[in-house]
Design a protein around this ligand. Sequence first.
Ligand SMILES: NC(=O)c1ccc[n+]([C@@H]2O[C@H](COP(=O)([O-])OP(=O)(O)OC[C@H]3O[C@@H](n4cnc5c(N)ncnc54)[C@H](OP(=O)(O)O)[C@@H]3O)[C@@H](O)[C@H]2O)c1
Length: 307
Amino acid sequence: MTTTLPRNTLGRTGFEVTSLGFGAMELRGEPGGPAISEAEADALLNAVLDAGINLIDTSPDYGASEDCIGRAIAHRRNEYFLASKCGCVPGAPMGTDHVHTAENVRAGVEASLRRMKTDHLDLVQFHRSLTQAEYDEHGALQALLDLRDAGKVRFVGVSGTLPNLDEQIGMGVFDAFQIPYSALQREHEDVIARASAAGAGIIIRGGAARGTPSDWEGRRNYMLPGTISKDRWEQAKLDELLNGLTRMEFTLRFTLSNPDLDTTIVGTRSVAHLQDNIAAAAKGPLDAGVMAEAKRRLDAAGATSSG
Ligand SMILES: NC(=O)c1ccc[n+]([C@@H]2O[C@H](COP(=O)([O-])OP(=O)(O)OC[C@H]3O[C@@H](n4cnc5c(N)ncnc54)[C@H](OP(=O)(O)O)[C@@H]3O)[C@@H](O)[C@H]2O)c1
């Protein structure tokens, strides 16, 4: 597919990223997620790059994900900005507690470099949204900065959530923040604006609302219990604003309408969904009037912009 995806500067990294990135968590495979064969994973990653998507997010926590990247696209390393995480325990299953020591940060980054067959990671994000004292206590932050100074890591960031995000922005050390956001989950909207105004790059996760608008019963949004996503959509009567778009296209383009977003790392293990998302992202933001009306309705339905 030849589509031109819009690009934004990822904050102070200065890197021009496509507004649609790729979240590689869906490559984790069993037992942490649905099965995906090596051939499917390799085809998907190459389709991501063939479409011009130039930012990939992964983590040592995501099962086979980093190995897939090393196997399938290490030979195309100059085509993508590679973001991974730290604080994870190498080899441990998803859901294992993170360890914020200098030693674990160093071991994690070295293992990521080996798995992904590269000599540098463009961005390493603390996977847990902690306080400054917690990042400092056992030398974890300093270890990451030392890896940056050694050239193994280009930029440092956090996968951040309220309530610690403002403190993390104030530290002035993080080049990018990865933050959950969608029409159905707007509570970080205001802090995203503050992080962007401070010069940080903004990477949105959950920008497709985890696929829930396409299947309310079979999928689950994170940080939102039970049927809240569906209730918000229905109370806001968003179907009335679709004007021929699918719910997924509307959802993704709502996310892409956030003026502070630099990229959204939508995850999928389906080439067809990837292509739908590329087509949606190429169309860019929703009409401004539709956005204003959607936000008015979502505010009334309790999906507001501040946490
Ligand atoms: N704490 C953290 O740092 C953290 C936590 C979670 C995720 N992440 C990162 O953020 C990325 C994205 O997050 P996410 O997976 O939570 O949220 P997301 O990108 O909003 O949702 C991904 C889900 O949406 C579905 N989907 C995508 N496009 C679709 C389409 N066109 N139609 C129907 N369904 C579609 C996918 O299912 P199909 O496979 O069926 O398409 C997948 O299950 C992850 O891959 C990971 O890199 C980070």
